[in-house]
Design a binder for this molecule. Structure first.
Ligand code: SAM
Ligand code: SF4
Length: 443
């Protein structure tokens, strides 16, 4: 058993989804509250936390190569903690395969990180993968500072069990954080500088709770309550399941001005047999009907989605159905992935795995179609006037970068500060960003 000096500096590196980004921020706050100082570069840190993602194969491999890269020229390593979903799913294997890792902590147990780091400094490798999610939130320090945009995890875990997905195993059963805790955390984020809050959950629209008057409310009730804060300008939420788009949430898109006109609604595939094999519990038609209803309440809504190509047994004709769905919807942006067999999920042992070259070709065709629609959406935005929330400086003198209501990146030159909401006319569109010119605010 070899002891080391307790770490004074730390660096958290988060992989994967926005919920991991949120967890990474909370871990940093926790370590800061213990008196450690954040280091910008991992080479300058005594403690490195790799906050991992297990959703696809490459993400796991990246963790192992990152562990290797942390070895310094003199052969030493910082104290390494592996957190997140790979820690949850493969903690024992990591401990066996990577002796330099001293702490393994799952996504529902990271409030214990400081104690575990202390144990590791005292020479004892520590693993914690219990799942009492509410204990974690209660044990975290209060939020203090925020950038102009902030994430707020409102819901964790998933009970849907899509046959390809590890989330129900790594993040556990679906839980909703209590309404009053969320209203309080949102207030602190706004007091710390946030103008926009994105509500997060693996199935964020399954969030449910009781409001301050004891009434049962869904995500729309939470959104309406947060919108009442005059200093909060924008609200977003992600990621949603098509079956949990309630009437109330759809109506909120037409009624709550602060709810931005953007909806990320994963569909995964455009063929009903594939959707059934995925256990998605919605059909192509029911998905399209949800989109129609959202568009009816908010005609300018920008749509986004997630797609998987090459699910086991997916035929060429079934993949063509996915391209047809993309043509029918016209997404403003989307994420698309090759199917990745995840150990322990039902799809991993299904017959007829699709050949790698076929997946490559399907992904390319799908991404070409999605890129075409993204460019078309951006071009169609030219001439619109909109508010841009300023997030950071651009590379050119006087240039600022921010987001349109439709989550497009917009750059403009003018007088502004981070956190300002500036009125611009969109004048030029590229595939990934638009140029704007500043308009005077109406008096
Ligand atoms: N809860 C969300 C939903 O229902 O769509 C998604 C959460 S998951 C973290 C994000 C995306 O990863 C999924 O929408 C899916 O497209 C993709 N994904 C999940 N498992 C995958 C797998 N085994 N292979 C490839 N992509 C996967
Ligand atoms: Fe995974 Fe499906 Fe749950 Fe989304 S709904 S997290 S894809 S199991």
């Amino acid at each position: 058993m070899s002891t080391t000096t307790p770490p004074k500096t730390f660096h958290v590196k988060s992989f994967g989804c926005q919920m991991n980004v949120y967890d990474g921020e909370r871990m940093a706050e926790l370590l800061t509250a213990q008196g450690l100082t954040a280091a910008d570069a991992r080479d300058d840190a005594d403690l490195v936390v790799l906050n991992t993602c297990h959703i696809r194969e490459k993400a796991t491999e990246k963790v192992y190569s990152d562990i290797g890269r942390l070895r310094r020229e003199d052969g030493s390593s910082p104290l390494i903690a592996v957190a997140g979903c790979v820690a949850q799913a493969e903690g024992a294997e990591i401990m066996a395969r990577a002796p330099s890792v001293k702490v393994v902590v799952g996504p529902q147990a990271y409030h214990r990180l400081p104690d575990m780091v202390a144990e590791a400094a005292a020479g004892k490798r520590a693993t914690e993968t219990d799942m009492p999610a509410e204990a974690k939130f209660a044990a975290l320090p209060k939020r203090r500072r925020s950038g102009p945009t902030a994430f707020l995890t409102v819901q964790e875990g998933c009970d849907k069990f899509c046959t390809y997905c590890v989330v129900p195993y790594t993040r556990g059963a679906e839980i909703s954080r209590p309404f009053t805790d969320l209203v309080e955390e949102a207030k602190l984020l706004v007091a710390g500088g946030a103008r926009e809050i994105t509500l997060l959950g693996q199935n964020v629209n399954a969030w449910e709770g009781e409001d301050d008057k004891g009434r049962a409310v869904g995500l729309d009730g939470l959104i309406r309550a947060l919108a009442a804060d005059p200093d909060l300008a924008r609200i977003r939420y992600t990621t949603s399941h098509p079956n949990d788009m309630t009437d109330g949430l759809i109506a909120a898109h037409g009624e709550v001005d602060k709810l931005m006109p953007f909806l990320h609604l994963p569909v995964q595939a455009g063929n009903d047999r594939v959707l059934r094999a995925m256990n998605r519990s919605h059909s192509v038609d029911s998905y399209l009907k949800v989109l129609d209803r959202v568009r009816a309440t908010r005609p300018d809504i920008a749509l986004s989605g997630d797609f998987i190509v090459g699910f086991p047994g997916e035929t060429d004709a079934e993949f063509e159905d996915t391209l047809r769905l993309v043509d029918a919807v016209g997404y403003a942006q989307a994420f698309s992935f090759k199917y990745s067999a995840r150990p322990g999920t039902p799809a991993a042992t299904m017959a007829d795995h699709v050949a790698a070259e076929v997946m490559d070709e399907r992904l390319k065709r799908l991404q070409d179609a999605l890129n075409r629609d993204q460019v078309a959406f951006n071009r169609a935005s030219v001439g619109r006037t909109c508010d841009v929330l300023v997030e950071r400086r651009g590379k050119l003198p006087g240039q600022w970068l921010g987001k349109s209501p439709w989550l497009q990146s917009v750059h403009f030159i003018g007088d502004a500060q981070i956190g300002d909401i500036v009125r611009v006319e969109l004048v030029e569109a590229g595939a990934n960003s638009l140029a704007g010119t500043v308009l005077p605010r109406a008096a």
